[in-house]
Design a protein around this ligand. Structure first.
Ligand code: 2HG
Ligand code: ZN
Length: 455
């Protein structure tokens, strides 16, 4: 097969050495078999079409692969698939100032797009800790969220068009940057969040935002989880928040130990809220802070006086995922409506503490969006396999608490391999059956990202 792929693309665009198979066959998710048969590096939309047509013809399965920063196994190739890396489709193709539109190939790194926007005096607002490695195609395929959703929304809100190759080998040009287009089903939005199961995203027209004013960051200590929402409301009244994140005492301890950082506050508190807002709202933020102190919701706080201090405070939140990685955590990425967060968090905490008293639970995430990252840390004396099996075994109980509240088992990381057995906790049978129908329609030969999202 590798000779046929070389004939199709050129020998420099195919790799089968063990090192490449190992690296490109997986993402940041733990615990899945990695066994691709080849890695290919197309350089154009036409080459992607050729690849898909070849795959149909030869009954080869394709796994699209971006920056491989996913946390649900969406880019893992475990059964001899060919991995389609977009590393060589990494150019910014066009910028149109009138529409504030930038056309990116799928392999453009998120941070490169952010820097490009800045060079135009504009802003690409989707941001997260892995922005230095993740690629636009992957962001689109998982509808990536991140730390500024409360103000700017998700990746979906910034995708104005795309070129995508379906599993039938057709290149679709969807929407092409139009603001308005009332001509029926918007296939662009179907592709967003489809985890590469309906088509291979090749190019994306991304809308940019106006550059925001300078930002200030505040971290406050909040002893009780329900008071996090009181703080959110108090600040939201008169302050334009760009972020409202939280982390637990344990999450802070892990990031401090990993990065050798001092405590942000004089005493340790059960939870911390990190807020970012326009610096022009500083007076209103100080007033909100005083109100929160008086009400007893907040016990202490710290505010950035410079961009460097703001970045250091952000480090306490954005460094958590990396600092707990050595504990091979069992990851959950859950959402409920904001109002339900405190009771939900307490119920999950109670379940884990009662059923698995030896497991440490690390909470953090985007509480202003109702999105909680629940990471359960592996005890030192347990094997990764045993721990992953236990994580899987506890999922039905945790997801039942999600289902009761009509929440989501995956708020932003995607379903991939990790959560596919549990899709029914968030999507109804009727929905899943329609999703299968769409899969059959867009990928009639079942060659695109097999085994992901749908069982
Ligand atoms: C974050 O918000 C990322 O830091 C990663 O979504 C979350 O590691 C995680 O569970
Ligand atoms: Zn997150």
């Amino acid at each position: 097969m590798s000779q046929a792929l070389s004939d199709l693309l050129g020998s420099k665009q195919v790799r089968t050495d063990p090192e490449s198979l190992k690296n490109y066959g997986k993402d940041w998710t733990n615990g899945f078999t990695v066994a691709p048969s080849a890695i290919v590096f197309p350089e154009s939309n036409d080459q992607v079409v050729d690849l898909v047509r070849y795959a149909i013809d030869q009954n080869v399965q394709l796994v699209p692969s971006g920056g491989r920063t996913g946390l649900s196994g969406g880019a893992v190739a475990g059964q001899g698939e060919v991995v389609v890396s977009f590393d060589r489709m990494n150019k910014i193709l066009d910028f149109n100032a009138e529409d504030r539109l930038v056309t990116c190939q799928a392999g453009v790194i998120t941070q490169t797009l952010q820097e490009f926007a800045e060079a135009q005096g504009l802003f690409y607002p989707v941001d997260f800790a892995s922005a230095g490695s993740s690629q636009i195609g992957g962001n689109v395929s998982t509808n990536a969220g991140g730390i500024k959703v409360i103000r700017y929304g998700l990746t979906r809100d910034w995708v104005a068009g795309m070129r995508v190759v379906t599993g039938g080998g057709e290149l679709l040009d969807c929407n092409a940057g139009l603001v308005k287009n009332a001509t029926g089903y918007d296939l662009r939005h179907l592709m967003i969040g489809a985890e590469g199961t309906l088509g291979l995203v090749c190019e994306v027209d991304v809308r940019l935002a106006a550059m925001p004013e300078p930002q200030t960051v505040m971290v406050v200590g909040v002893p009780k989880v329900e008071d996090l929402l009181a703080v959110l409301q108090a600040f939201s009244k008169n302050v334009t928040l760009s972020a409202f994140e939280f982390f637990s005492d344990l999450a802070l301890a892990k990031v401090q130990a990993h990065r050798d950082l001092p405590s942000p506050l004089a005493e340790s508190v059960a939870f911390y809220a990190l807020m970012e807002f326009d610096t022009s709202g500083l007076d209103a933020a100080s007033e909100a802070f005083n109100d929160c102190m008086e009400a007893g919701w907040v016990v202490d706080g710290v505010i950035s006086q410079s961009d460097a201090q703001a970045a250091a405070l952000w480090g306490l939140r954005e460094g958590i995922s990396e600092s707990i990685a050595p504990y091979t955590p069992y990851k959950n990425d859950l959402s409920v409506t904001i109002k339900q967060v405190p009771e939900f968090l307490r119920d999950v905490d109670r379940y884990v503490a009662e059923s698995y008293p030896d497991f440490e639970v690390c909470w953090y995430g985007h509480i202003g969006d109702g999105n909680l990252h629940l990471n359960i840390l592996k005890p030192d004396d347990m094997s990764v396999e045993d721990f992953m099996a236990q994580g899987h075994a506890m999922s039905p109980s945790i997801f039942a608490l999600v289902e009761e509240r009509k929440g989501s088992i995956s708020a932003e990381h995607g379903v991939g391999l990790l959560k596919k057995d549990f899709l029914g906790y968030t999507r109804s049978e009727a929905e899943i059956s329609l999703m299968r129908g769409l899969k059959d329609l867009f990928d009639p030969h079942q060659i695109l990202n097999p085994g992901k999202l749908l069982v």
